[in-house]
Design a protein around this ligand. Structure first.
Ligand code: SF4
Length: 392
């Protein structure tokens, strides 16, 4: 049973189509090929502080977003982002579906090659529903199998390039990167022509695949997601190595000042985004950065926390402070939600703390919109309850 009726927004924000939220506009940026140069990332830090709240968020589809942008400064922000090549100067450009690349791609490998070819032909794609995306993950064992995407480019266990529609266990082997790109474009057109717009996502599109997309091969066994810490990228073509550091963002957010300190070493060349609250800082020395996470077991890498007040107008409570306070008090899944809409997690969690009329409700083993087990708690009541629960 729903205890509140929040407003549903049915589209994905961009930079040219920002979303109004409680503290102003939310402006989303898609780094091309999932990468920004050090100079671009420093410019984004400046943009967050000059035009927004100073926070930068990393989404679970590896986009970056600024919050707290007022309508009065939005046009100046757009000019700044265009000047630093952080967004496409053509507003139509961001309507193209996003390409999510396995973040350890290397120049010239299969992931990079297919992404390059598909980007060059993006105008041939049809207009697709806002949530549709492509995962380009073809450099070996897949990394993105659990990440939301609709059309996937992977490798099979025998090393063949495979195009796979989400929701199908098998994919179609392809003879070359060019053929794979052709197939991805054709599948996107088939999706639209066969009524996929109504389903919204490929996994919900309950129509048999066409005969030219015969699915015969399984992708190679998936890899575990990249662990925090030092990472070596082998540059196969020239037999060189590049070092990078994977650093975690608590709840998927970072203050621009903290990110800037991670970019300080002159050896840093670029930053890659991931869908796992981790940034890969290429060229960074293997030393910790204050304010970023280094321990893979840190609960702040997995807790689901929406921005809450003052960042969202539908929230009557703050979420981030409470989430920090309770991060060590729950062993299983924990969801902190500013209201019953539950934007940060749609499935059930062991514990959900849900804001309502300035207080918190507690839902055990349910969703943010499930009937609460306890209602009207203060922040200290919630902490005392969870401490008590942990002890027994
Ligand atoms: S769940 Fe959080 S982000 Fe979503 S509408 Fe409610 S308060 Fe806002």
């Amino acid at each position: 049973m729903s205890v509140e009726q929040p407003r549903i927004k049915g589209w994905c924000p961009g930079a040219w189509r920002p979303m109004p939220t409680g503290d102003g506009l939310l402006v989303r940026i898609r780094p091309p090929f999932g990468q920004l140069t050090r100079t671009q990332m420093l410019a984004l830090c400046e943009a967050a502080e000059r035009f927004g709240s100073g926070l930068i968020e990393l989404t679970n589809r590896a986009n970056l977003q600024l919050r707290g942008v007022s309508e009065a400064v939005w046009r100046s922000l757009m000019a700044f982002l265009v000047e630093h090549e952080l967004i496409d100067p053509d507003p139509h450009g961001e309507r193209h579906p996003p390409l999510l690349l396995a973040p350890d791609w290397q120049a010239g490998d299969a992931t990079h090659e297919v992404a390059r070819l598909l980007s060059a032909r993006r105008d041939e794609l049809p207009e697709l529903p806002g949530k549709i995306g492509f995962a380009i993950d073809a450099s070996g064992f897949p990394l993105l199998s659990d990440v939301s995407a609709d059309f996937r480019l992977e490798q099979s266990a025998t090393g063949a390039l495979l195009v796979r529609a989400d929701g199908h266990a098998l994919g179609t082997p392809m003879a070359s990167a060019d053929a794979a790109v052709e197939q991805l474009i054709r599948l996107a057109h088939w999706f639209v022509e066969s009524g996929g717009r109504d389903a919204g996502r490929m996994c919900r599109h309950d129509v048999p695949l066409p005969s030219w997309a015969l699915a015969t091969q399984a992708p190679a066994k998936a890899r575990a997601s990249l662990a925090l810490g030092s990472l070596t990228l082998e540059k196969r073509a020239v037999e060189k190595q590049t070092q990078g550091m994977l650093l975690g963002l608590p709840f998927g957010r970072v203050a621009a000042s903290v990110l800037r300190s991670a970019l300080e070493p002159e050896s840093v060349t670029s930053v890659r985004v991931t869908p796992w609250r981790r940034l890969l800082i290429i060229g960074a020395p293997a030393i910790p950065v204050a304010g970023l996470l280094h321990d893979n077991r840190d609960p702040r890498l997995s807790m689901d926390v929406c921005p809450g007040a003052p960042y969202c107008e539908q929230a009557s409570v703050a979420t981030l402070g409470l989430a920090e306070g309770v991060s060590s008090l729950v062993r299983g899944s924990l969801h902190v939600s500013g209201c019953s809409k539950g934007c940060a997690r749609c499935q059930a969690a062991e514990v959900s703390l849900v804001g309502r009329s300035g207080r918190y409700d507690v839902v055990l083993n349910g969703r943010a919109d499930s009937t609460p087990d306890m209602t009207g708690l203060s922040e200290s009541d919630v902490i005392a309850y969870l401490k008590n629960r942990l002890e027994f």
